[in-house]
Design a protein. Structure first.
Length: 296
C-alpha cells in the first residue's frame, strides 16, 4: 500500500477540467453498447462506449468530445451537457455533478458550518430516533444520545474515528458493523466525490482522499468507478454489539451553509412501529444516557 498522490485518487488537487474528463470516461465505460442500440461483439477493446459512439449519441463532433474528455475544451453549453447526460443515462445527482465539473469554478474550502443552537436543539429533541450530523468531508460534527449509541464510540475519539470515510476504509470493525459494507463504502466514496467536485480547492478534502488512497486498496478501487451519491433516504442494516442486527430506515435533512453550498446533513434513523427493530431501538435508548456534545 504505497503512497498515492491526491491527483491519483481524483482528489481536490485535480484541475476541474481533468475531473470532468475523468467523470465522462468513467460514465462512458458504464454504458453497455447493446443498451443504446449499438452492437457489442467480442472484439471490442473498451468497456462501455467508445468516444465516437458517445459523441454520435449526444449529437456532437468527435473532435469536440475528445477535447472535452482531455480537458482542452472548457465550459460546454447547457445543451451539450444535457445531451451528454441523456446519452450516458445519468441520474439527477450525476447530472448535477456533471454541471458542477463543467462550470470549472475554483473557490475556497468547503464552508465551515457550525452546529447552531437551533440545530442542536432539533437533534437533541429527537427522542427515540438516532440522529447525527455530518459536514461535506463526512466528519460527524454532532449527534444525540441514541445516535451516539447506535454508531458506537462517537463520544470517544480514540475508539471510533469521527470521519465516516476513514472509519469505513481504515477501521476493520466497520465491516462487522455493516453487513452491507460494500454498499456503505461506495456511498461514502460517492459523497466525497460530490464534495471534491464542488470544493476542488479544499485542502482537507485533498488530504483525506490522498490518505485514503494511500492506505486502502478498496478506496482506490471504488473511487475509480466514478460513482456520485447525494444523501437521500433509504434503508440500512447494521450489527450492534448490544441489541444485535438492526434494519433501519433513514432520512437525510440538508442544512445549507449558504445558497448553493452543501453545508451540513442531518441523518435520522427510525424503525417501523411495533416491529422487532423498533423494540431493539427502545432497548438501546434505555442505555443511551451519556451526554453527546458537539464534536471538537
Amino acid at each position: 500500500m504505497g503512497g498515492v498522490p491526491a491527483t491519483a485518487a481524483g482528489g481536490a488537487a485535480d484541475d476541474p477540467r481533468r475531473a470532468l474528463g475523468g467523470f465522462l470516461r468513467a460514465r462512458r465505460a458504464r454504458v453497455a453498447p447493446e443498451h443504446v442500440g449499438i452492437a457489442g461483439g467480442r472484439r471490442r477493446r473498451v468497456h462501455g462506449l467508445r468516444r465516437e459512439e458517445l459523441a454520435q449519441l449526444a449529437g456532437i463532433s468527435v473532435d469536440y468530445y475528445v477535447r472535452l474528455e482531455q480537458g482542452r475544451a472548457t465550459q460546454p453549453s447547457p445543451e451539450v451537457l444535457d445531451a451528454l447526460a441523456r446519452a450516458l443515462r445519468l441520474d439527477a445527482a450525476e447530472r448535477r455533478h456533471l454541471a458542477t465539473l463543467a462550470a470549472g469554478r475554483r473557490g475556497g474550502p468547503a464552508p465551515t458550518a457550525p452546529v447552531s443552537a437551533l440545530l442542536r436543539r432539533v437533534v437533541d429533541a429527537l427522542h427515540g430516533l438516532p440522529a447525527f450530523v455530518t459536514d461535506p468531508r463526512l466528519d460527524v460534527v454532532a449527534w444525540n444520545d441514541l445516535g451516539g449509541a447506535l454508531m458506537g464510540g462517537l463520544a470517544e475519539p480514540g475508539r471510533r474515528d469521527r470521519n465516516n470515510a476513514r472509519y469505513l476504509f481504515l477501521d476493520p470493525a466497520s465491516r462487522e458493523v455493516f453487513p452491507d459494507w460494500e454498499a456503505r463504502a461506495l456511498e461514502a466514496v460517492g459523497q466525497l466525490r460530490v464534495s471534491t467536485g464542488r470544493y476542488p480547492d479544499d485542502a482537507e478534502l485533498a488530504a483525506l482522499t490522498a490518505d485514503l488512497s494511500a492506505s486502502s486498496a478498496d478506496f482506490r478501487r471504488l473511487w475509480a468507478r466514478g460513482e456520485v451519491v447525494m444523501c437521500g433516504a433509504g434503508r440500512k442494516r447494521l450489527r450492534h454489539p448490544e441489541v444485535g442486527m438492526l434494519t433501519l430506515d433513514y432520512e437525510t435533512l440538508h442544512v445549507p451553509a449558504a445558497p448553493g453550498e452543501t453545508g451540513l446533513v442531518m441523518h435520522v434513523f427510525s424503525a417501523e412501529e411495533g416491529g422487532p427493530d423498533a423494540a431493539a431501538l427502545a432497548r438501546l435508548a434505555a442505555t443511551a444516557t451519556v451526554p453527546a456534545p458537539a464534536a471538537d
